[in-house]
Design a protein around this ligand. Structure first.
Ligand code: FCB
Length: 448
């Protein structure tokens, strides 16, 4: 690999977070409860009984956190808006106090010369909408359109970059098939209906955003994508990989860029296929300006007759390096995903909206030495650069995450930040990887 690579001018160096993972203050500012409040307070759902009640207390400390972003030299900050801060009961009149918090944050970012990238849905559905069927109910997509409209009407003057939904695959499958995320269901037809309704919400959200966007603004969706490869060379493994690729990648990409779900995946889903109303696919496939890609690890798939419901499971090669999540470190996968999406779907602009790693960090003498995370980020950035060199229109990279935070069902035990958080004191410590990243953002360059 080259010694040092310089990224294109105007490449956006950013960091990402999500509302429920960092904000805390769940009972302040008129916020309603979300499915993650309910889920995390249900015994046995989250490791160590953790919940997001306080998290990183970012709701109160946002101004110090923006100062830290400045220290890292960030050009962009991707955060999400908590739907239940804006619509505490899911509908009715928007809650001005909730919107005000984000207005203050956005002002603070502009004052620090950091561009806001706003995600509207990062999994914290108002509980009131869950009580009416949540993502299993297509009305939720309409409510999302209203919410998107309320947010852009209130905050649009300070935001030019919008994302509708974060990782619909995860919300649908981990939340409604595997029971690992809120709302904790285990029901294939429900999960697939949720997957469709989340895409429908993206479409409703796009229409709402478009009605208020100004020239130069951009909007799109964020997908978690990965190369899917067979673990062995048997036909069964090849089929498992083709199925996995269909389920995670093509189902969403085909809907967005081709206006239909892939036939082979529809066959795989069979009777569990969701209800699709006339006009849905047109709404879902309306043009977007940008695609956000979250990449963490590849999917290496093996046929397994015991594995429900698709007789396939993910494997990690025995000698492969893994993160504290047990996820394989496979930097080339980022290059593979970027070039594949570019070749097969041709979005006009791509951002890596999340990439990063959890490791067992320790504080020693007030410092956190995390060479593994630094190496992970460096290797992935070099692969992103390779993709740019081959013509992929990649405009920026957002490390996951700015801060250690509430890692969903794994609670506070898994640390992804380039900034360490001491949850007892809320003290922040920029990790070695954060100092390294600050140098990257300053020089617009990565040294291999
Ligand atoms: C992604 C989520 C993000 C974070 C990372 C580790 O799937 O979007 O909130 O949990 O994984």
């Amino acid at each position: 690999m080259t010694d040092s690579v310089t990224f294109p001018e105007h490449f956006v160096w950013g960091a990402a977070t999500a509302a429920y993972q960092i904000e805390g203050a769940v009972r302040e500012g008129g916020r309603g409860i979300s499915i993650w409040d309910t889920f995390s307070h249900t015994p046995g759902k989250v490791a160590n009984g953790d919940d997001g009640d306080v998290a990183c207390d970012h709701y109160h400390r946002y101004s110090d956190d923006v100062a830290l972003m400045r220290e890292l030299g960030l050009g962009g900050y991707r955060f999400s808006i908590a739907w239940p801060r804006v619509f505490p009961t899911g509908s009715g009149r928007p809650n001005a106090e909730g919107l005000d918090f984000y207005r203050r944050l956005i002002d603070e970012l502009h004052a620090a010369d950091i561009t806001p990238y706003v995600t509207l849905y990062h999994w914290d559905l108002p509980q009131a909408l869950q009580d009416q069927g949540g993502w299993g109910n297509r009305d939720t997509a309409l409510r999302f359109g209203e919410y998107a409209h309320a947010v852009i009407s209130a905050l649009g003057s300070g935001v030019q970059h919008w994302f509708t939904i974060n990782e619909p695959w995860v919300a649908a499958f981990l939340g409604h098939l595997m029971g690992l995320h809120a709302p904790g269901a285990r029901d294939l037809p429900l999960a697939l209906q949720a997957a469709h309704n989340l895409m429908l919400a993206h479409g409703q959200g796009m229409s709402a955003l478009r009605s208020e966007m100004r020239p130069g603004d951009e909007a799109g969706i964020v997908l978690n994508l990965a190369p899917v490869q067979p673990a062995g060379d048997s036909n069964a493994d090849l089929e498992a990989a083709a199925g996995g690729d269909g389920i995670m990648n093509r189902w969403f990409l085909d809907a967005l860029y081709r206006g239909h779900y892939p036939d082979d995946v529809a066959r795989l889903y069979g009777d569990a296929m969701p209800e699709i109303a006339p006009g849905d696919m047109e709404l879902i496939s309306q043009p977007t300006d940008v695609l956000g890609i979250n990449y963490y690890f590849r999917w290496l798939m093996a046929h397994d007759p015991e594995a429900q419901p698709f007789q396939a499971r993910l494997v990690v090669p025995p000698s492969a390096p893994v993160t504290a999540m047990g996820w394989e470190v496979y930097p080339e996968g980022l290059y593979q995903v970027l070039t594949r999406v570019h070749a097969d779907y041709g979005p006009s602009r791509i951002l890596v909206t999340e990439n990063g790693a959890a490791y067992e960090d320790v504080v020693e003498d007030g410092q956190v030495d995390d060479p593994d995370r630094e190496a992970y980020l460096r290797e992935h950035l070099l692969q992103a650069y390779r993709a740019i060199e081959e013509g992929v229109p990649l405009g920026g990279y957002f490390v996951w995450s700015l801060l250690d935070n509430f890692e969903w069902s794994l609670g506070y035990g898994k640390r992804f930040g380039v900034i360490y958080v001491d949850y007892a004191t809320q003290e922040r410590i920029v990790k070695r990887s954060g100092h390294w990243y600050a140098q990257v953002t300053r020089e617009n360059r990565v040294t291999g």
